[in-house]
Design a protein around this ligand. Structure first.
Ligand SMILES: Cc1ncc(COP(=O)(O)O)c(C=O)c1O
Length: 418
């Protein structure tokens, strides 16, 4: 049997195969970029249309109560909670990942004594995390200290460290940290642990309570498929409720927003992390996409998603090894260390950006991340990616490299977003 026939056989007995039917995917496209922007759930357009035409158009302002708009941030948080190991009432959907990171970093630093003002992270963390941490730490008289490798992190957890801030699954390499072990090390050193779940939520098992984490934030538009710029989420361990305070003290984080009193009094628990009016239409799209996760729950939940994700990434690495000798895999080969993506580099004489553009022109959508080394990055959303997509994507990659199609000038043109 060829590897393509094997992949088709795996697809035929995939317990999650039916989930692909929940998505609109253009014909002829192999979409391997759901780690950047998730695909469109079929139900989303009608849900948004209903929110616009009926709830807004007909219900007008009464929809804040009658359509439950005002409860969306907490209701969506409750829907998300089981996928990240949180309890109902602990998660809020609001704002962007960057803004939520600002809130939780500030809150975490405020919980620490004045002598602890260092935020520890790793150099390869996503830039927004580093930039926000630089800003919050320096505004509080502290600094951001960066580990060059994951192995260097423990030595930085000293008596000055207030917060260990990490992204659970690295956006470039797809390497996954041991959240429980690193949180424990942080706590032993007197630090708090803040986790960015942008590349984890909906893709890999996350157990915030099991890990005893302190704060977490994450993204709604990647594996959660909430649409471009979807609202993000924020979680705080309940042990910090009533003690932690976030800096964006808007009216909807107030204990009594409709009392319209002049002095700020924080709401209890995670509600305090809401700043202003929720983006109802964007929330509606995320609500629709979470229905797909209900369907996934019925088919085996995160255990089934993780098993399929690992099978897909494992197969992609095996195909690369066998058929693309120029590629150097940058993601962990050890399954336990791998998120739901695989990245690889190509020799310097091959323009990786142009290779990706040539692949996209053939219908295989991944993305390119500049840096040392530059990486071609492929995300494997287990909700809609098939095993045959893995084999076909590699076949087209082999063709792009063998024909040197990537040398065509149109593939060298860089757009504003890469
Ligand atoms: C780890 C991580 N954090 C945050 C973000 C983005 O944050 P925002 O949605 O605020 O732009 C990304 C985007 O790719 C990311 O990979």
């Amino acid at each position: 049997m060829t590897s393509r026939e094997q992949a088709l056989a795996l697809d035929a007995r995939d317990p999650l195969a039916a989930l692909r039917e929940h998505f609109t995917l253009p014909p002829g496209v192999i979409y391997l970029d759901g780690n950047s922007l998730g695909a469109l759930p079929k139900a989303t357009p009608a849900r948004i249309a209903r929110a616009v035409q009926q709830e807004w158009g007909q219900g007008l302002i009464a929809s804040w109560n009658n359509a439950g708009w005002i409860h969306l941030p907490r209701r969506l948080g409750d829907r998300l909670a089981p996928w990240i190991g949180a309890q109902p009432g602990e998660v809020l959907v609001a704002d962007s990942t960057s803004i939520n990171l600002y809130k939780v970093l500030h809150a975490a630093l405020q919980l620490q004594p004045p002598g602890r003002r260092v935020v520890v992270s790793e150099r390869s963390n996503f830039p927004t995390d580093l930039y926000i941490a630089q800003s919050v730490a320096s505004a509080q008289g502290g600094e951001l200290v960066l580990a060059d490798t994951p192995e260097d992190i423990p030595a930085l957890l000293d008596g000055r460290c207030a917060v260990l801030m990490l992204t659970h699954v690295n956006y470039r390499s797809g390497r996954m940290h041991d959240m429980a072990a690193l949180t424990r090390l942080a706590h032993e050193a007197g630090a708090l642990a803040v986790w960015d779940l942008a590349h984890s939520a909906g893709a890999v098992p996350v157990d915030l309570h099991g890990a005893e984490a302190d704060f977490a934030i994450g993204c709604g538009y990647k594996y959660l498929n909430g649409g471009p710029g979807a609202p993000a989420f924020v979680w705080m361990h309940p042990r910090h409720a009533g003690r932690a305070s976030q800096p964006l003290t808007g009216w909807l984080g107030h204990a009594a927003p409709f009392a319209f009193i002049a002095d700020y009094q924080p709401a209890a628990g995670i509600q305090q992390f809401q700043c202003g009016t929720p983006a109802v239409l964007a929330m509606t799209a995320l609500d629709a996409s979470l229905d797909v996760f209900d369907a996934a729950q019925a088919l085996g939940g995160m255990a089934a998603l993780r098993a399929k994700s690992l099978a897909l990434t494992e197969a992609f690495i095996a195909e690369l090894d066998a058929r693309v000798p120029q590629a150097r895999v940058a993601s962990p080969r050890e399954p336990a260390l791998r998120g739901s993506q695989v990245s690889f580099s190509l020799p310097a004489e091959i323009d990786g950006y142009a290779v990706m553009q040539a692949l996209i022109a053939r219908g295989v959508i991944g993305d390119f991340r500049a840096g040392e080394p530059a990486l071609l990055r492929f995300g494997f959303t287990p909700l809609y990616t098939r095993h045959v997509d893995v084999v076909d994507a590699i076949t087209l990659l082999v063709d792009v490299l063998a024909t040197e199609a990537w040398r065509r000038p149109e593939f060298m043109q860089r757009g504003a977003v890469t």
